[in-house]
Design a protein around this ligand. Structure first.
Ligand code: NAP
Length: 251
């Protein structure tokens, strides 16, 4: 049976590459983001029967209605993947950068994921057979408070914690959904500062391959690559009182 996915934030980077991978694997994919030209290019390349589009700004309340329209245009999605995100180092502690980050990474995610789970709840007979999957690209940056990018780090933590809470919520409410928390290390996309060097940088193609494999296995948490898994295990051992004194990750 044909599989259907919605990817929010599919106009560039990891979300776009994931859309391409799924399309090449014969999925029908609903793609969303603010840049209409990028969405139209995907539709042009893979065909209007395979690619459904929604121009959407996740920080706006209208994004929920746009999601409804996207679902109506393609049928019950098997997978909802939230890839929209922004993040900046913020040495001047510009509050606008912090607030915009909260709006996109937290408010946007809550708006989209909650709307989708309401849809799953309201279509319980379908999802009793085809269990829904919700995936969010959070980050390794959410596993510890990082002073170089406070809002980015904290919003990524919020995303991960929200998925834990929703996973429990769905069991309580008998909503048939699995969750995947995708936590990449550094991936070469436009979100990174082109003038900086990033250790253990991965190509977007490799990252998307790893994510698709993890999604197929319905892996609950996906940290990659193995060096970042080690790093996270190591820094989780560092007590907060010591961590707050470490200043080597400067802006
Ligand atoms: N690259 C990395 O090293 C890395 C590491 C860990 C986690 N991540 C996470 O991976 C996710 C994808 O980022 P990326 O690396 O692929 O960067 P990217 O190429 O900049 O992609 C970001 C995506 O988010 C969308 N987006 C941003 N603001 C939006 C808004 N208001 N409404 C709707 N969509 C919005 C963008 O679409 P439009 O601009 O068209 O709206 C774009 O499709 C992010 O959540 C990021 O935090 C990335």
């Amino acid at each position: 049976m044909e599989k259907r996915a919605i990817i929010i934030g599919a106009t560039s980077g990891i979300g776009k590459q994931l859309a391409i991978n799924l399309l090449q694997d014969a999925w029908v994919v609903g793609v969303a983001g603010r840049r209409e030209a990028e969405l139209l290019a995907l539709r042009e390349n893979y065909g209007a029967d395979k690619v459904k589009i929604a121009v959407m700004d996740v920080t706006q309340p209208s994004a929920g209605d746009k999601l409804d329209e996207l679902i109506a245009s393609m049928g019950h999605p098997d997978l909802l993947l939230y890839a929209s995100g922004i993040g900046k180092q913020n040495p001047s502690l510009d509050e606008n950068i912090e607030i915009d980050t909260v709006k996109t990474n937290c408010e946007g995610m809550v708006r989209i994921v909650d709307k989708f789970l309401q849809y799953v709840r309201d279509n319980a007979s379908y999802y009793a057979v085809h269990k829904a999957q919700v995936a969010v690209i959070s980050s390794v940056a959410g596993t510890k408070g990082l002073g170089a990018a406070p809002a980015y780090s904290a919003t990524k933590k919020m995303q991960s914690t929200y998925l834990v809470a929703l996973s429990q919520f769905c069991r309580m409410q008998k909503i048939p959904a699995d969750f995947t928390d995708i936590r990449p290390g550094f991936v070469a996309t436009a979100i990174l500062n082109p003038n900086k060097h990033y250790p253990m940088l991965m190509t977007v193609e490799k990252a998307a391959d790893i994510i698709v494999r993890g999604l197929r296995r319905r892996q609950r948490v996906l940290i990659f690559d193995w060096r970042f898994r080690l790093l996270v295990a190591f820094w989780n051992l560092i007590p907060t009182c010591l961590w707050e004194r470490l200043t080597m990750f400067k802006n």
